[in-house]
Design a protein around this ligand. Structure first.
Ligand code: FES
Ligand code: FES
Length: 162
């Protein structure tokens, strides 16, 4: 059977782009076309969060999301968080708190944290754990990850107050 292809247009990390995609292709495959490797397919079943991509600011599992659904949307990956060579406050907090070991899960956790802090500038530990409960870290860096989210939130509030 012939593969059905569609032309899509979307914004990727702030840049307008276009792609011709197969209707069965997922978002992780689409990101690879643009040499973006931060969203990683691991479980392939929507269970681990390693493949997280923000679509119009909402975190989705790239392994389960069809690429054609990106049409007309704004997508963000870990590669787009840096601004003028500066890491985002969340990325920096993860480094400062040592919130990773192998780093395989880290892009997903960082994108989820950006989503959380955009909605809640002062989350409790329970809210942090709840928001990140769909992300798995095989290195079990969970205490440091929660700490990094707290630090990022605090720095963000300080910056706003300054
Ligand atoms: S690879 Fe998509 S949720 Fe695990
Ligand atoms: S740091 Fe290794 S899986 Fe999370």
């Amino acid at each position: 059977m012939d593969t059905i292809m569609r032309e899509i247009h979307f914004t990727l990390n702030g840049e307008p782009v276009e792609a011709r995609v197969a209707t069965h292709e997922n978002l992780v495959d689409l990101m690879r076309r643009f040499d973006l490797v931060g969203a990683r397919e691991s479980c392939g079943q929507g269970l681990c969060g390693c493949c997280t991509v923000l679509v119009d600011g909402v975190a989705v599992s790239g392994c389960l999301s069809l690429a054609i659904l990106a049409d007309g949307k704004s997508l963000a990956t870990i590669e787009g968080l840096e601004r003028n060579g500066e890491l985002s406050h969340v990325q920096q907090a993860f480094i400062d708190e040592g919130a990773f070991q192998c780093g395989f899960c880290t892009p997903g956790f960082i994108l989820m944290t950006h989503q959380l802090l955009a909605a809640n500038a002062d989350p409790s530990d329970e809210e942090i754990r709840d928001h990140l409960s769909g992300n798995l870290c095989r290195c079990a860096a969970y205490p440091e990850i929660v700490s990094a989210v707290r630090v990022a939130a605090s720095r963000m509030r300080d910056r706003k107050a300054a």
